[in-house]
Design a binder for this molecule. Structure first.
Ligand code: NAD
Length: 244
């Protein structure tokens, strides 16, 4: 498919996991793609890497400007950079709340603010935010992470309403448990990573983790011109978990 031929996309957190899979899929479908990450040099060619921490507003503005200049504009923004946190409200100190909300929520606000002037000039503008099943499910020990993703879901709906008249569609994906380096790091911290991985897979309705490429497919659908009538909604990619 060449659905994205002639379109220009920016993917945050694009050096790893869901972001990298998304960037590679959009590129395979014809887009020119830039990935914004903590270390833009870690982004494999032919993807264009730009460096910024999404908590650093001047760095975000510079990186988005660089991406837009080198790609010749922006049509698609995938706000995917995010970090995790585990614990109940008794476990996470205030500074950890500030940090996770700063990355997962304000990170989207900053990158979107910098990208909107470019997106408004596009005939096929779309934003897709990477949310989580944690936004709608009461997962144990995910008070902070769930709150951050709940905010991402609400932010997605609000942005969709605000930018409809600009021709900018805004949606999100809600992945379940995805086999990315992030989940790999959590498993590696267990005493027996192999057994932990098997147990995690067994807890999924489908008996396996979601693949990053499967989330990328959903993001690409929402980001593409063929989804022109879809805005202000979310798409779960969770192996059926939210529906059970
Ligand atoms: P990952 O750790 O493999 O990739 C995340 C990328 O984001 C990394 O390249 C990292 O450097 C980058 N990043 C982190 N903080 C950043 C910052 N402050 N500024 C710029 N870049 C930053 O993780 P992943 O599993 O691919 O997760 C991607 C997104 O998917 C996150 O928003 C996460 O919350 C969401 N998600 C993941 C899962 C899962 O099971 N893996 C499930 C639901 C939602």
């Amino acid at each position: 498919s060449d659905e994205f031929r002639g379109l220009r996309a920016l993917v945050t957190g694009g050096a790893s996991g869901i972001g990298l899979a998304t960037a590679e899929l959009l590129a395979a479908r014809g887009a020119a793609v830039a990935c914004l990450d903590l270390d833009g040099a870690a982004v494999p060619a032919p993807l264009l890497g730009v460096t910024a921490d999404v908590t650093d507003d001047p760095a975000v503005r510079a990186a988005v400007a660089e991406a837009a200049a080198r790609l010749g504009g922006l049509d698609v923004l995938v706000n995917n950079a995010g970090i995790g946190a585990q614990g109940t409200v008794e476990d996470n100190p205030d500074d950890q709340w500030h940090r996770v909300l700063d990355v997962n929520v304000l990170g989207i606000v900053r990158v979107t603010r910098a990208a909107l002037p470019h997106l408004r000039r596009s005939a096929h503008a779309a934003i897709v935010n990477t949310c989580s099943i944690a936004a709608t499910a009461g997962l144990p020990r995910r008070a902070l992470y769930g709150a951050s993703k709940g905010a991402v879901l609400s932010l997605t709906l609000a942005m969709a309403a605000d930018h409809l008249a600009d021709g900018v569609r805004v949606n999100c994906v809600n992945p379940g448990t995805v086999d990315t380096p992030w989940v790999g790091r959590l498993l590696d911290a267990a005493p027996d990573p192999g057994a932990e991985r098997a147990a995690l897979a067994a807890r999924q309705p489908t008996g396996r983790l979601v693949r990053p490429e499967e989330v990328a497919e959903a993001i690409a659908h929402l980001a593409g011109p063929r989804a022109g009538a879809t805005t202000g909604t979310w798409l779960a990619v969770d192996g059926g978990m939210a529906g059970l």
